[in-house]
Design a protein around this ligand. Structure first.
Ligand code: BTN
Length: 267
């Protein structure tokens, strides 16, 4: 907990102006959602040392032991139309990749739709949950989990995952990662509020390891070509047609992303 206690965002414009640091909670996304219902402001941040019911995308659990990792949820109250926030999950993934690179120079990449990888293994994930009122969001909760200081990822995901420490041999403080994350994400969120998507898409393209790889969508095979302004993945199929895919559920990578070896487990 030491490196999260009393966390104050450095010079926050909006994100992190109000920060709640919790020793243990069920899920910071639930804390943020409840706070939203009670009127918490745009930019309120909930960060925990451990979660007892952390959750990931597609109904998966997010293993959340104490001490090593960052579990944070950011409450947003966008004024733009909900459809103009379609890039929000990718913008969050981009902000994580930029933040961890600033702190450790790990060379983070993005696997569409919004996983952050280091050495081809999952370093961080994003879970966005929102409540709509008409064509705008009443609120959006952006939940971020980053594996920071553990020597190795948990056994259940050890084959596919990594930590900043395992990938670089350096163990930065969670505080440093969170500070950079809030600053980068604030900048991308503000761009989305202004309807500016070009710079975000260009930066995602530069880091996205899904692009250029062979993929299967249902029974059709092709190549992942680009990320679109609505957050979808444009696939060019072998029969010459093209389609934009939303959500990774029906998408399979035929060409795997190469994985760097993990450090050996100690005695
Ligand atoms: C994924 O499946 O890749 C998304 C993982 C998101 C985990 C974070 S940890 C903080 C926040 N609270 C949760 O319960 N989930 C998100």
């Amino acid at each position: 907990m030491d490196d999260l206690d009393g966390f104050v965002a450095p010079d926050p414009a909006a994100l992190g102006r109000v920060v709640t640091v919790l020793r243990e909670t069920a899920s910071t996304n639930d804390d943020a959602r409840r706070a939203a219902a009670e009127g918490a402001p745009h930019g309120a941040v909930f960060v925990a040392d451990a979660q007892t019911a952390g959750r990931g995308r597609l109904g998966r659990a997010w293993h959340s032991p104490p001490g090593d990792n960052l579990y944070v949820s950011i409450l947003l109250r966008p004024s733009a139309l909900a459809r103009d926030m379609a890039l929000l999950p990718l913008a969050a993934g981009l902000a994580i990749a930029e933040a961890v690179d600033e702190v450790t120079d790990v060379g983070a990449t993005i696997k569409w739709p919004n996983d952050v990888l280091a050495g081809g293994r999952k370093l961080a994930g994003v879970l966005v949950e929102g409540a709509l009122r008409g064509d705008r969001f009443q609120h959006v909760v952006v939940g971020v989990g980053v594996n920071v200081r553990g020597a190795r990822p948990p056994d259940e995901v050890a084959d596919l995952a990594t930590t900043l420490y395992a990938a670089t041999g350096r163990a930065p403080s969670r505080r440093a990662v969170l500070s950079r994350l809030l600053a980068r994400f604030e900048s991308h969120f503000n761009a989305l509020e202004l309807g500016r998507t070009d710079a975000i898409i260009a930066a995602v393209h530069a880091r996205c390891v899904t692009l250029g790889r062979r993929v299967r969508v249902g029974v059709d095979e092709g190549v992942a070509a680009s990320v679109e302004a609505d957050g979808g993945l444009r696939v060019r199929f072998d029969d010459g047609s093209a389609r934009t895919v939303h959500g990774s559920d029906g998408l399979r990578l035929i060409e795997p992303i190469p994985r760097a070896p993990l450090p050996q487990r100690g005695p």
